[in-house]
Write a protein that binds this ligand. Structure first.
Ligand SMILES: NC(=O)c1ccc[n+]([C@@H]2O[C@H](COP(=O)([O-])OP(=O)(O)OC[C@H]3O[C@@H](n4cnc5c(N)ncnc54)[C@H](OP(=O)(O)O)[C@@H]3O)[C@@H](O)[C@H]2O)c1
Length: 213
């Protein structure tokens, strides 16, 4: 399968690209800037520039031929102006570009509580609202979609154990475990056209996703 990962230089996106390549997928690693390509030097992936705030036609070009797009982007700055530019407007642009490029499947890394965003401080609310709007755009699109809503991300090791469900109590989860869940989504048809929370838990990824049904 040909998969393009947006945000492949990021702390979660990198591991998504790495796991996909290890499974034998043809991976295009989307970068905001060519300058970040060095991060990917040890991975068997094809770096492509895919800045969600740049010309949308460049994104269409980057997506052409991909069966799947996975978005793991996040604004470099938590201020609302930056979050709205990347996590809201940029994400929506990427969704529309994927439709235009004839992509079939789109997996979006969102955030727990993006579907009930009126909470937290000013910065948290703006992130959740941006995620909610882009998640809604994805659900309304012609793409087969999955929205993965992780709890607070941590940089610990992979545990291989998670809890997933439509809605969960607030929790934490490692970026490595989120990457494994995102890659697992590709092999589990029950994840099509649905969104779910993910936090650390007791279940291996495959059975956890299969239990979503
Ligand atoms: N932090 C949390 O606790 C938390 C909780 C739930 C969900 N999330 C979400 O989980 C996802 C992954 O988070 P993370 O902390 O692993 O991400 P991260 O390390 O901050 O990486 C973000 C990625 O997005 C890329 N990016 C930024 N602006 C871009 C643009 N204009 N066009 C294309 N790519 C762009 C970055 O590129 P550069 O490397 O060039 O900067 C980087 O690759 C994000 O969507 C985040 O919102 C985070």
């Amino acid at each position: 399968m040909q998969v393009t990962v947006l945000g492949a230089s990021g702390r979660t996106g990198f591991h998504i690209a790495r796991l996909l390549a290890a499974k034998g997928h043809a991976v295009r690693a989307g970068l905001r800037s060519r300058q970040r390509a060095e991060v990917l030097r040890d991975l068997d992936v094809e770096p492509v520039v895919a800045d969600v705030t740049a010309d949308p036609e460049d994104l269409v070009e980057a997506f052409l031929g991909s069966d799947v797009v996975i978005a793991a982007i996040g604004a470099p700055d938590p201020e609302p102006a930056s979050v709205n530019l990347v996590d809201r407007d940029g994400s929506v642009t990427a969704i529309h570009a994927a439709e235009k490029a004839g992509v079939a499947r789109y997996i979006q890394v969102s955030a727990q509580f993006a579907d009930s965003p009126d909470q937290g401080d000013r910065l948290v609310r703006s992130i959740l609202l941006a995620k909610q709007l882009s998640d809604l755009a994805l659900q309304k699109s012609a793409l087969t979609w999955t929205i993965v809503r992780p709890g607070t991300l941590t940089d610990g090791p992979a545990t291989g154990r998670v809890k997933v469900a439509g809605h969960l109590e607030p929790g934490r989860v490692t970026r490595l475990d989120v990457a494994a869940v995102v890659v697992g989504v590709l092999g589990e048809p029950l994840t099509e056209n649905r969104g779910f929370d993910v936090v650390s838990g007791d279940f291996p990824v495959g059975p956890a996703l299969a239990a979503l049904g």
